[in-house]
Ligand binder design. Structure first.
Ligand code: GRF
Length: 203
């Protein structure tokens, strides 16, 4: 399948998916990487892997509607069959989300439905949680509220700070996101109503 990845920053999850494709874990091809910032390091990762890139800057558009229309055009120019949000720090309009419904994945650094939004690691520590993690989910109009496909848990130890927890969570992100992309590309993943499920076994 043709995969388009949307990023805003470092792109370590993008890298995990690039590597997943290269290893044959993911039966798909990243046809384009789109960033909303020219400075996103993930663009360098894409170029190093020979993947086409495009910057669609939110600063060039008057409102979210116009921005999302431009984003949609860019995504469609890469013939996307799957859109992967990997640290893409923009809220998407309902029209955009509906247009790509069932083909839009996101990774969020918490055990959803806990800690939607930002600063998840710090919030989990502040709440005294002893575990934390990450979730891959289908994107719906509800921010960080779409059906969860796969989660990974990590412990929070006494003395941890947001950065040690973030690092632990990131390692898991790099394992679970390529796996979910694999399932999608194998046509084994479905979103129906507000549920997600997998056909077949884990690998
Ligand atoms: C990840 O923590 C992801 O959960 C969140 O944004 C971060 C992106 O990291 N949505 P990277 O750019 O993939 O390194």
């Amino acid at each position: 399948k043709a995969i388009v990845v949307l990023i805003s920053g470092n792109g370590s999850n993008l890298q995990a998916i690039i590597d997943g494709c290269a290893k044959g874990l993911i039966p798909g091809r990243i046809t384009g990487v789109i960033a909303n910032k020219a400075s996103a390091f993930g663009l360098q990762r894409a170029k190093a892997a020979g993947i086409a890139t495009q910057v669609v800057s939110h600063k060039d558009y008057a409102d979210r509607q116009c921005y999302d229309a431009a984003l949609q055009t860019a995504i469609e120019s890469f013939d996307a069959e799957l859109i992967v949000l990997a640290g893409f720090m923009r809220i998407l309009t309902p029209g955009f989300v509906q247009h790509f419904s069932g083909k839009l994945l996101n990774i969020h650094p918490s055990l959803l439905p806990k800690y939607q939004g930002l600063d998840t690691h710090q919030r989990a520590i502040a709440a005294g949680d002893t575990e934390h993690g990450c979730s891959v989910h289908f994107v719906t109009e509800q921010l960080d509220g779409g059906p969860v496909i796969l989660q990974a848990k990590v412990p929070i130890f006494p003395g941890d700070d947001a950065s040690t927890v973030a690092e632990r969570v990131h390692e898991q992100e790099h394992l679970i996101y390529p796996l979910v992309v694999r399932w999608f590309c194998q046509n084994r993943l479905q979103q129906r109503m507000n549920e997600a499920w997998l056909d077949g076994n884990l690998l």
